[in-house]
Write a protein of this length. Structure first.
Length: 367
């Protein structure tokens, strides 16, 4: 089913309520969400195209000669406009054609230099510029069942990659070698790409929640933390497993069980109508009562979809309520600088009566 016309209708209704003539969409995930156009930007400084969505009428996709054929194939229902001299000259012609007087733009995803050029252009055309933050992202928060199915497929493929690479995680290998093996396996099994740079951390390096894999060589008995995710058909997965190569000692077992209990406590609370703060606190309470409250510094989880980090945020600071169809990670952890760290991360779908676990791999969760 093609959901893009309905998404466009909802956005245009929002533009009308805000009394905007049009919206310029530059964020790649939002561009794909609204149009189905899958091209990737080469960083925020080099775009594969932008959308110009009028409050009424057919939208436009503006791109250059490198992407025009792909845009015509994928962005059904859009006028594809080729710009040969850059985006600003293209907009200089198109905005008057459409009678745009009040133009919104994604101020959270536009370089300051580009915003400056857009401002000069708008002034010359007597167009009012309206900076907006997250006008499209709220539409993406609740997933359709089709989106959830795609995310589930990404989660299951992520698990399959982990199971394939796990036997090779042995003493003598470096963090960097394991991370490379994981990302190679993702590609070989059909993933679009990793959803973020794979984290592999040995021993005390695991105390860094976002450790960068380096040349450290694995020694028998050390903790291994692997945080990995992939993109499949545009949708992301995210999973963390922590284990010991060799026989884990009683300290590791105890701390792993604490983190697992915290994860289960949070999952027990998750359902539509519950605040993000309540979920975070359910996990944090378990870790605090075990004496490790000062060693769990990050939020419990985050939304996942076309982006690997999106709303909602399961944080003690967020009083936003969960809604059925949201997809979130649940990833409590304990991080001790002189010892290492443990994080366990699964993904769930928020439902009216609870949560649906998307992961099936239970490896190392019940020591």
């Amino acid at each position: 089913m093609d959901h893009h016309p309905e998404r466009l209708r909802r956005l245009q209704a929002s533009l009308k309520r805000k009394k905007l003539s049009a919206l310029l969409v530059t964020h790649p995930a939002n561009r794909r969400y609204l149009s189905g156009y899958t091209a990737l930007d080469h960083g925020i400084h080099e775009s594969a195209g932008v959308l110009l969505i009028p409050a009424r009428g057919k939208p436009f996709l503006l791109t250059d000669s490198r992407y025009v054929l792909q845009a015509q194939e994928e962005a059904r229902g859009y006028f594809v406009r080729l710009f040969t001299k850059g985006l600003m000259p293209g907009l200089q012609k198109l905005l008057p054609e459409l009678g745009v007087k009040k133009l919104g733009f994604e101020s959270h995803y536009l370089l300051h230099s580009a915003a400056g050029r857009l401002g000069h252009l708008a002034a010359s055309l007597k167009v009012e510029l309206v900076p907006l933050t997250k006008i499209i992202e709220p539409l993406r928060v609740v997933k359709t069942e089709e989106e959830i199915s795609r995310i589930r497929d990404a989660v299951l493929l992520n698990e399959e990659v982990f199971q394939e690479v796990y036997p090779s995680i042995r003493p003598g290998k470096s963090e960097r070698q394991i991370a490379l093996a994981i990302e190679n396996s993702m590609r070989e099994k059909g993933a679009d790409r990793p959803s973020f740079d794979t984290i592999v951390a040995f021993g005390t390096n695991a105390a860094k929640p976002h450790a960068v894999p380096g040349g450290r060589i694995l020694v028998k008995g050390e903790t291994v933390l692997v945080d990995m995710g992939l993109v499949l058909d545009g949708y992301c997965s995210d999973m963390t497993r922590t284990f010991v190569v060799g026989k884990p000692d009683s300290v590791f077992r105890e701390r792993l069980r604490i983190v697992r209990r915290a994860q289960l406590a949070a999952m027990k609370v998750i359902r539509s109508g519950v605040t993000c703060r309540e979920v975070d606190m359910a996990a944090r309470r378990v870790i605090r009562e075990a004496g490790y409250g000062d060693f769990f510094g990050h939020a419990l989880g985050h939304g996942v979809g076309l982006d690997v980090h999106e709303a909602p945020r399961l944080s003690g600071h967020s009083r936003k309520k969960l809604r059925s169809g949201m997809v979130v990670t649940v990833e409590p952890g304990i991080y001790l600088p002189d010892w290492g760290g443990i994080r366990l991360e699964n993904m769930v779908v928020v439902r009216d009566s609870g949560c649906e676990l998307l992961n099936t791999d239970r490896t190392f969760l019940d020591l």
